[in-house]
Design a protein around this ligand. Structure first.
Ligand SMILES: CC(C)(COP(=O)(O)OP(=O)(O)OC[C@H]1O[C@@H](n2cnc3c(N)ncnc32)[C@H](O)[C@@H]1OP(=O)(O)O)[C@@H](O)C(=O)NCCC(=O)NCCS
Length: 146
């Protein structure tokens, strides 16, 4: 991801999340790549159609944002994109990855489960949901160093 990707990234972000990250947040992550942030876009012929933001500290990666444009969802692209992101992390020294996902986010939870991630914890009532709250599911994956 580079700064000129941000208009497309924000377009996808706004259409996917009720509480989207701002342009400034992405710009801050990009400028902090040397401090452990890793920012990627999924680029197809039609342009930027997805993005991923992680932190990488020593051998531990955390997936903070993973998103596909709604018109590109349901086509099986997410699994390949996630694989690429995991590979990039492994090549940079990671051997574990953690993330948080809303309990109600079935596609994301299924995607992560299919990639071998397991539920390792739960933050009760972590996210706002309508007038109420919902749990955050913590998921993790470990692998042998490459
Ligand atoms: C999460 C996201 C990247 C997944 O991409 P996608 O193209 O929608 O994913 P897929 O269609 O390949 O579905 C992923 C899995 O969930 C399953 N699935 C999808 N919708 C489902 C539903 N309503 N009920 C049950 N399973 C469902 C699919 O069958 C697939 O299962 P598989 O891995 O066993 O093949 C995408 O939905 C997205 O960008 N969402 C908005 C942002 C977001 O929520 N990101 C995650 C933050 S933690």
């Amino acid at each position: 991801m580079v700064l000129t990707d941000l208009p497309k990234v924000i377009e996808t972000e706004v259409s996917c999340y009720p509480d989207p990250w701002s342009h400034q947040t992405f710009a801050d992550c990009l400028s902090a790549q040397t401090k452990g942030y890793r920012c990627y876009v999924l680029l197809l012929e039609e342009g930027v159609i997805g993005h991923a933001v992680l932190t990488l500290i020593l051998d531990e990666a955390e997936l903070l944002n993973f998103c596909l444009a709604p018109t590109q969802q349901g086509k099986g692209l997410a699994a390949d994109y996630l694989d690429s992101v995991l590979m990039a992390m492994a090549k940079q020294g990671a051997n574990k990855l953690f993330l948080e996902v809303r309990q109600s986010n079935t596609p994301a939870r299924q995607l992560y489960t299919s990639a071998g991630m397991q539920e390792i914890g739960r933050r009760k009532d972590y996210y706002p949901l309508g007038g109420g709250r919902e749990d955050a599911i913590l998921m993790g994956l470990e692998w042998q160093s490459v």
